[in-house]
Structures are given as C-alpha cells and as structure tokens.
Design a binder for this molecule. Structure first.
Ligand code: ADP
Ligand code: MG
Length: 459
C-alpha cells in the first residue's frame, strides 16, 4: 500500500496542501480576529465617548448621568456582560463598577484599548480621558467601558469558518480527482499487464497497446526489445538443435552402411556377430532419434514459417500414412483400418501434418499387442476437421496422461522409442491452432486420441 502510486501521489498532494491550509488558515484567523476586534473596539469607544460627554460640573462637583443608549449599543444574542466606570483623578468613583484595575496615565481624548479580567472573565476594555475645567480647577475624568469577548469570538468564527470550510472542500476535491484521474489514466498500464499476463510462454510478438501515454512508451518499448532479443535467442537455439540433428545424420548413415558391410562377413565369430547386430540396432535407434529431433525442431519453427502454409486435404494424407504403415501393422498382426471419406481441408504444412498422423498411428500400432485393432479416421463438420487414431491396446494410465506430451517422457520403457513422438504431435497441433483430445478408446480399452483443426477452404 505504501508503494501504491495513488497513495504516493496523495502524499505529494496532501502534505503541501495541508501545510498551505494551515498557514493561510492561521493568517485568516488572525485577520478575522483583528477585524472583529476593530468593530468591537469602535463600539466600546463610541460608548465611552457618549458617557464621557455626560460628565458635567454641578455646584463645584463633578457628576455624570449615564444614558441608557450608551450601553444599549452592546445588545447582542451572545449575552456579553458590559461593565463601565467613571473615575476622577482624585480617586472618586462617579459611576459604575469599582473593579476595573488602575491603568497608567494617558493623553486626553485618545482611546486606549486593552484586555483585562473582571469577575473571572476575559474583558476587552477601552479607556478615554476627559479634562474638565471649572474656576481654574482641572480634573481628569477617566471613563472605562469593558465587555466580555463572546460576541467578538462569534464574529471571528463567522468571518473565518467559511474560508476554512472552502479550503477543506478544495482538498477533498483534489483527493477525489487524483483518485479518479489515476484510475482512468492507469487503464493503459493495466492493458499492458493483461497483454503480458495472457500470453503463453512461447508467444514472442511485441506488446501492442493503443493510446499509450508518452511516459509509458519507453517501458513498453524496452519490454518489446527484450522480447525481440528473446525471440532471436530462441530461434538460434532451435536452429542449433535442427543443425545438430542434421549434422548427425550423415555420420550415422555412414555408420549404418559400414555396419551392414561388416555383417556381410557374419558366421566367422558368433560373439562378433552378436556385437554387430547390437550395434546395428543402436544405430537404427540413433537415426530414429535424430530424425525425431529434426522433426521437433521443424515443428517448433512452424508457426514462424506461416508463409509456407497451404490448403491440405487430410483424407488422402491419412491414406498415405495408412499405406506406409500397412507393413508394420501386418508384421505385428494388427488390423489397421481407415475411415476416410470426402474431403477435409486444413490450412498448414503438408509434411508436418503427415508427421502428426504418422506419429499417432505409429504409437497405436506399436503399443497395441498383436491381434489388436487400430483405426485412423478423419471427420469434418462445418467449422472443424478432426483426425483421430483409435486403438484397443493397453491405453495410457491416467496419471501419465498429462505428461506424455512432454519431450522424452515415456510411459512404457519395454518398447523402443524416443519419447518425442507426442511432443512433436503437440508442437504441430499448436502451430496449426489444433486442439488435442486424449480419451480412452472404445469399450474402455486403449487410446482414442484426436486433433481438431479449424476447417479451411480448398484452394
Ligand atoms: N496408443 C498408445 N497406447 C499406449 N500408450 C501410448 C500410446 N501412445 C503413446 N503412448 C505412451 O506415451 C508415451 C509417449 O509417446 P511418444 O511421445 O510417442 O514417445 P515414444 O513412442 O517414443 O515412447 C509412450 O512411451 C507410451 O507409453
Ligand atoms: Mg511414439
């Protein structure tokens, strides 16, 4: 989660924004507070001036009549308490509360505002001094008006809150937009992921994604370059196997001829004869193995040689295979039958398709004991063509079925073989978009193996 792009981007956005809101929020709070103070101070000054205006000399004494209007201006729904006092410099209290603390002397007529505490509550207070003359006597009269700060606080809140709320809404909007925007903008990346995820291991085409961001292009390009290099490497390896098998064929053929020549001298030494016969068998199986290796390499390279594909009718092709294997079947006393009617065209390589049918039929003949039946059939429907080989031999044990298509896997080791036959069948089927179905044969005995190809139009 900590490494999610979404979370990281949110951090990049949220931390500076929160800091910004904090700093501006603080400034705005200070501004709102000083505005509220100014408004309240003006009321206090107005009230103090009104009271000061009412101070007068009467019979040589100072006296004051505090007009109700001077206190009514403070009426507010916040139930602020209002205090006032009128004091002469000789210490006499003309009106109001005696509780205001003493203040340093100040110039006349210049209001002085300050905070103080009265009856346990914070109070904002204003002093104003008026000079009173009479018969050569000058008296300083100090009028103080104070008021608790509830309405001032309320005013500050009213000025400040909406701005804070707007800024918090802005942050919430930014967060939502980042989340939504990223979800949309990450879609091409998810497409790349799907493209790579859905591939089978040997699919080596470049990744193609439309409408890719310029920032993502280099990544996809790099992956594609990697795929290309991998493709070159895989092709080189296949070529190497094909070349090696090809190179092996010449000396093996030569060896076969030499062995045949040596065996013409048979009868001189029985031990030598036996050794020669064994060498001849080894030579035959090595020729078989190299041929199969070559075929496997060709089958693996088949999908990249799509240009060499043509429309091939599997009916005569299967017939050729049956004819080729008739002798082998006869030698093993197997009844080799064919169900081949009409036409069944597929798009592919003639030689490889023939090898596929041959490998299946050969397996059936070789693994079914004498007296068995093997049937090669080709059927076609509107969209598909299926070639199947059915026998009534020992069958393939269920636990081996998933592995018989692996190269060099052999379920029965008492017969000669390479373990490459079904691997070749699978490669050829894949190259032709064929599906292999391996089932138990008729009557729960033997093997029924079929390969279904897409049907092609004859050309
Ligand atoms: N028709 C069949 N009946 C019984 N077993 C079979 C049949 N076809 C294939 N198998 C089993 O599958 C294994 C793999 O077959 P394959 O790849 O052709 O190799 P190979 O024939 O060289 O052993 C064989 O060793 C055999 O055990
Ligand atoms: Mg085989």
């Amino acid at each position: 989660m900590a490494n999610s792009l979404r979370v990281r981007l949110l951090w990049w956005l949220l931390v500076p924004l929160a800091l910004y809101v904090f700093v501006t929020g603080k400034t705005e709070y200070d501004n709102a507070r000083s505005t509220a103070n100014l408004v309240q101070d003006n009321q206090l000054v107005a009230s103090a001036r009104m009271i000061a205006g009412e101070v007068e000399w009467m019979d040589g004494f100072l006296r004051v009549d505090v007009p109700p209007a001077a206190l009514e201006i403070f009426a507010s729904p916040y139930r602020d308490q209002v205090f006032y006092s009128v004091r002469v410099d000789d210490g006499r209290l003309l009106a109001g509360t005696p509780d205001f603390p003493a203040r340093p002397a100040q110039a006349p007529d210049v209001p002085d505002s300050y905070y103080t505490e009265l009856h346990g509550e914070q109070v904002r207070a204003v002093d104003i001094v008026r000079l009173m003359y009479d018969n050569g006597v000058t008296r300083r009269v100090r009028v103080t008006v104070g008021k608790t700060v509830r309405s001032r606080d309320a005013m500050t809140r009213q000025l400040w809150r909406p701005q804070l709320v707007r800024q918090l809404e802005m942050i919430a909007l930014a967060v939502a937009l980042v989340c939504i925007g990223l979800t949309f903008e990450l879609r091409p990346l998810m497409k790349v992921k799907d493209e790579v995820e859905d591939r089978d291991p040997m699919q080596l085409e470049p990744i193609r994604v439309e409408r890719l961001h310029s920032e993502l292009r280099p990544i996809v390009d790099a992956i594609n370059q990697c795929i290309t290099r991998l493709g070159v490497q895989v092709a080189a390896q296949r070529r190497f196997i094909a070349d090696a098998a090809h190179q092996l064929r010449t000396p093996l053929t030569l060896l076969g001829t030499q062995l045949q020549f040596a065996r013409q001298q048979e009868g001189l030494n029985p031990a030598l004869d036996e050794a020669l016969a064994a060498m001849h068998r080894s030579n035959r199986s090595m020729v078989g193995l190299t041929n199969k290796l070559l075929l496997l390499a060709q089958a693996e390279a088949a999908d990249s040689a799509a240009a060499a594909m043509e429309s091939v009718d599997l009916v005569p092709l299967a017939m050729e295979v049956v004819e080729d294997l008739a002798l082998l079947a006869q030698a093993r006393e197997i009844d080799l039958g064919a169900e081949l009617h009409g036409t069944a065209f597929v798009h592919g390589h003639r030689g490889l398709l023939q090898a596929l049918i041959a490998n299946l039929a050969e397996n059936a003949i070789r693994y079914t004991g004498s007296g068995g039946h093997v049937t090669v059939a080709v059927t076609a429907d509107a969209r598909t063509v299926t070639v199947s080989v059915i026998d009534n031999g020992p069958g393939i044990p269920a636990e081996s079925r998933s592995r018989v298509f692996e190269p060099f896997f052999r379920a029965s080791t008492d017969t000669e073989g390479t373990g490459l036959g079904l691997a070749i069948v699978r490669e050829i089927a894949d190259a032709h978009h064929g599906e292999i179905a391996l089932k138990t044969g008729e009557g729960g005995k033997g093997v029924d193996i079929g390969v279904t190809f897409p049907r092609a139009v004859p050309k």
